[in-house]
Ligand binder design. Sequence first.
Ligand SMILES: Nc1nc2c(c(=O)[nH]1)N[C@H]1C(S)=C(S)[C@@H](COP(=O)(O)OP(=O)(O)OC[C@H]3O[C@@H](n4cnc5c(=O)[nH]c(N)nc54)[C@H](O)[C@@H]3O)O[C@H]1N2
Ligand SMILES: Nc1nc2c(c(=O)[nH]1)N[C@H]1C(S)=C(S)[C@@H](COP(=O)(O)OP(=O)(O)OC[C@H]3O[C@@H](n4cnc5c(=O)[nH]c(N)nc54)[C@H](O)[C@@H]3O)O[C@H]1N2
Ligand SMILES: [Mo]
Length: 677
Amino acid sequence: CPHDCPDTCGMLVTVKDGVAVKIQGDPSMPFTEGTLCTKVSHYLERTYAPERVLHPLRRVGAKGKGEFRRISWDEALDEIGARLKALAASPEGPECILPLSYAGTMGMVQYSSMDRRFFHRLGASVLERTLCSSAGKFGLKATLGGSLGMDPERFSEAKLILLWGANPVVSNLHLWPRVLQAQRRGAKVIAIDPYRSLSAEKCTQHVAPLPGTDGALALGMMHVLVAENLIDRDYIARHTLGFEELAARLQQYPPEWAARTCGLRVEEVVQLARDYGSLKPAAIRLNYGMQRHAGGGIAARNIACLPARTGAWRDAAGGILLSTNDFYNFDHAALERPDLLAGRKPRVINHAAIGDALTGAQPPVRAVIVYNNNPVAVCPDSEKVVAGFAREDLFCVVMDSFLTDTADYADIVLPATTQLEHYDVHKSYGHLYVLANNPAIAPLGESLPNSEVFRRLAARMGYDEACFRDSDEDICRSALRSANPRMQGIAWDAVKESGWQRLRVDERFAPFAEGGFPTPSGKCEFYSAWLKEQCLDPLPFFNPPAESAASNPALARKFPLAFLSPPARNFLNSTFANLKRFRDQEGEPHLEMHREDAAARGIADGDAVRVFNGRGGYTLRARVNDKPRRGVVVAPSVWWRKFSPDGRNANSVTSQRIADLGGGATFYDCLVEVEKV
Ligand SMILES: Nc1nc2c(c(=O)[nH]1)N[C@H]1C(S)=C(S)[C@@H](COP(=O)(O)OP(=O)(O)OC[C@H]3O[C@@H](n4cnc5c(=O)[nH]c(N)nc54)[C@H](O)[C@@H]3O)O[C@H]1N2
Ligand SMILES: Nc1nc2c(c(=O)[nH]1)N[C@H]1C(S)=C(S)[C@@H](COP(=O)(O)OP(=O)(O)OC[C@H]3O[C@@H](n4cnc5c(=O)[nH]c(N)nc54)[C@H](O)[C@@H]3O)O[C@H]1N2
Ligand SMILES: [Mo]
């Protein structure tokens, strides 16, 4: 499965007379064990949906209306080629062209190969893809040296599991049976989440800090660990850097301070630290929810310091898992061919502030090519994003399988294949396997894989480098060419045959049991010279959210509620949200509110309410309960604007503010007010 989800499932498709008739999990795949989620188990309905775009289309109505007529591939590609050539030759040059792509599909061929080669050769503006994980990624890089962590298959053996800003029942389904197994064996499972999610509900305990305060909680826990001598001095001495400096720094962060900052009781902070220091092995599942805040990068860094302080890494069932991405050594240079830039350094545009870029960049963005991405629905601060896409002078191409909120603004829509119809090769950010995606059926209608569209466009542009003639299987083959020991014996033909292969790591993989962190010092860096070089504090500290009562009291007086819009169970970001089955299962756009917050506003369960702040607002249905902590409201997302009551969604209120590390988006750092409609 190519979706943006840590599970990257093994799947089998049964085909009869050229038609896919059955989809199931591959029972042989050890991590996903033959089960699929509520969405992908109905994937055939997506592939064969009557709403699928099966031919190239040209806009006939106003931008945003979604009115098109069918055209041929030749007409579409001739026009795109001519427009891009003219823009590249204009005084503003190729940097006025911008690819807009993200993670609609995460296979290396359709996510980042021929497309990157094409835009490198063109010299287009470079998109910094920051919508999801950048802040946490850089927080981990500073501390552990990369996006690396414990093997999720070992969670079942842990004695303590912290689900920290993670809701596996919804967004990491195949971790969940392992968490339950650990719990049955007597493990304590604690959710750390401002919201009593479906996962938190089933945990041994739920700790609900204020959004964006996780960094403070980790500091308070570390203070207690040192004060109560719950640390592993031997591991610290051999495999960490900066213990003494951090110990001195931690004087500032006693549990009373952490409790006050996080809106928790002191006992909660102290007990979390004691559990963490004494129950072994201790596994932390950190997920990206907690880093969508202004201080999210440093928060992830602070939490990533914890396992090295207690020596949790010594055990295969201990440590922390945010992402396993960097265990794979795919050949990205061969895939993307940055050498085709030939020394040019095009400007970089941040995806998380695309509204500002499309409305204000100088020189202006004149053309966007959108694929694997639905920016009008998923990018923050929709009013600005929509204003950008509505520009009459912006040439917009959208490649997708459906007429998304973004496609409605396209000049030309190109029909994209689904995973059943093309080749791909996958890594995962939540396990340790390489998977092959073999096509099961021929492309429906006239749809084409992204790779083929860019191959044909390259020919239109007259690019004659041999790499533009690579087949998709050639690309798969070169992706896996690697001298890294973890990749030995994992060649395309073998993976294609078996469907999946585990990286060459021990069965009981304990990545940092003997240290060996890929940081500059080779140690877990409590002190990071790399951060210092970037003029950032080299030691862990509390970096508060930008929008909170403590950090911006004036704003909080106008907009007192923290607004979270985490993944909905029946959608995958905005994918599936256009199909009736999944919308029906999800119900309708709704806002969960604490009963006291609702009562204070005269809001009853089921009322239509408007969420708003200085950036915008939208209407949805209130569900009054005690799942969010007081002061927090939760709107499972991402609904399409056009399937929402007033044609808007959660991103009408989210901000384009950038996080402290990696240029990351800050979707959950957002204050709002709510009123009854
Ligand atoms: N069904 C489904 N699965 C998905 C997705 C989807 O849309 N639907 N999206 C996929 C993608 S792209 C991603 S990135 C992943 C991960 O996506 P994540 O954003 O990590 O989502 P969750 O695992 O739901 O965890 C989010 C939890 O974090 C909580 N949270 C929010 N802010 C804070 C905070 O400041 N502190 C703490 N402690 N908790 C906070 C939320 O209340 C929520 O319960 O999920 C993937 N899986
Ligand atoms: N308010 C709010 N906003 C969020 C989030 C949130 O939690 N709250 N989460 C953020 C996160 S974590 C992420 S990762 C982003 C996700 O944002 P996106 O990566 O844009 O993900 P999707 O919304 O699923 O849109 C992907 C699109 O790609 C298309 N697609 C899929 N496969 C292919 C293919 O092979 N070829 C082509 N051409 N198209 C394809 C799908 O049909 C879909 O329309 O959203 C972010 N936005
Ligand atoms: Mo994401």
